[in-house]
Unconditional design. Structure first.
Length: 406
């Protein structure tokens, strides 16, 4: 999708990247798409843009780009984790929020005493039920601990050339979160919110309610930015960006036609998680379309080039994020799909990019041999797998001999 432009402002071109949310799956898709886009552009590297906007999962990678991390480097950190010195493992997202549990358990005695007192004073069934309803306050605000996210990003920021301070960045970075008590959008990195650590802002932007507890920053609680915005491209457009590359990995799945990789006839058969996933995707996607129309009217001088999966793409909907092989496969899929999208839209994109002094590297796009994992790395991974299999068989052999007896 391309939002058309009119009356492009004279002067040096200003470019930006906006990355939407989408959970771990969406983040994996964004990495593959970013690598493909970075390779295909002539005249610009994605680490050289003027402004970056990240919402929820997109905040991870917007922060990485703003810190000078290339899409390939992020691919190694988040996907090809066996090649990184300090890789990010999805399992850290599943660390129980023991501190939250303890805090809520400590609330039980006074809550229960208050409920009993209300029960004794109650004169009808309704008041009795209402008196015990306050025990729900003892339920945790989130099941898993988001602190490992902040800790990991702080370690990355400690590397030479990186920073955890918005004010030390060479380029603008905007991280979107939601103020829980006011239900208002907050843009970390903007004036008045640029003193907050980037790692804390990303933690807050990715704090999906129910999954992670709200994140406390400067006395206020924040949750997932996707509750308020899908892309929040206006943060970059207000900053003067006139060419914005946007990636939205969260689209509703079109399940009308049979899919070879899907073993259910209807999403209703997938149960609660599948139905809720489709519902959330539909709500967020429809809001994004409204937002894109608004950008067209409010920023007629800007071009927004949007990349997203096809509606019938089963892989982005059903991939198991905790499977290393599935993560690699999805990222490769996003990489190839984005390359195919660029080839299909080349005739429309060329004049738009040219207005900003850029072009497409058609030789790269035509090269069908390109993959995220180079052939030599594929061989290395195969060799590693074979070695692990050999080691496992070697450990198994004594046990088999013992089982056979003398």
């Amino acid at each position: 999708m391309v939002v058309k432009t009119r009356n492009v402002r004279a002067g040096p071109p200003r470019t930006g990247v906006a990355l939407a949310g989408g959970g771990p799956l969406g983040g994996i898709y964004e990495v593959g798409a970013l690598v493909a886009l970075d390779e295909a552009l002539c005249g610009l590297r994605l680490t050289e843009c003027d402004a970056y906007v990240g919402v929820s999962a997109g905040a991870f990678f917007a922060a990485g780009l703003a810190n000078g991390m290339t899409p390939r480097e992020m691919h190694e950190l988040f996907i090809e984790t066996d090649r990184a010195d300090d890789p990010f493992e999805p399992e850290v997202l599943m660390k129980p929020a023991f501190g939250e549990y303890a805090k809520r358990i400590a609330m039980l005695p006074p809550l229960f005493a208050s409920a009993i007192a209300n029960y004794v004073r109650g004169t009808n069934r309704r008041s009795v039920l209402e008196s015990f309803l306050r025990l729900s306050q003892a339920l945790p605000g989130g099941l898993f601990d988001s602190k490992p996210i902040r800790d990991y990003l702080q370690r990355l920021a400690a590397a030479p050339g990186h920073t955890d301070d918005f004010r030390d960045l060479k380029r603008k970075l905007y991280i979107v979160a939601t103020d829980l008590d006011r239900s208002e959008l907050v843009t970390f990195g903007a004036e008045g919110f640029d003193h907050v650590r980037i790692s804390s802002a990303v933690e807050a932007s990715a704090a999906l309610p129910g999954f992670f507890p709200p994140v406390l920053i400067d006395g206020r609680y924040y949750v997932d930015g996707a509750l308020q915005k899908t892309l929040h491209a206006s943060a970059a457009l207000r900053d003067g960006v006139r060419l914005l590359f946007a990636i939205n990995p969260l689209v509703p799945f079109k399940a009308d036609d049979p899919h070879p990789d899907v073993d259910i006839k209807s999403l209703a058969e997938g149960g609660f998680v599948t139905v809720m996933s489709q519902t959330i995707r539909s709500l967020i996607y429809s809001r994004m379309k409204v937002g894109m129309d608004r950008y067209r009217h409010e920023y007629p001088e800007a071009d927004i080039v949007l990349f997203e999966p096809r509606r019938d793409d089963a892989m982005i909907f059903f991939t198991n994020v905790f499977s290393y092989a599935d993560r690699r496969r999805l990222c490769e899929h996003a990489y190839q799909q984005t390359r195919a999208d660029l080839r299909a839209r080349a005739s429309r994109l060329k004049p738009i990019l040219a207005r900003h002094g850029l072009s497409l590297n058609e030789a790269v796009l035509r090269d069908t041999s390109l993959t995220l994992l180079p052939p030599e790395d594929s061989s290395r991974c195969l060799g590693t797998a074979l070695q692990e299999l050999s080691d496992a068989l070697a450990r198994l052999e004594p046990a088999l001999r013992a089982a056979d007896g003398p």
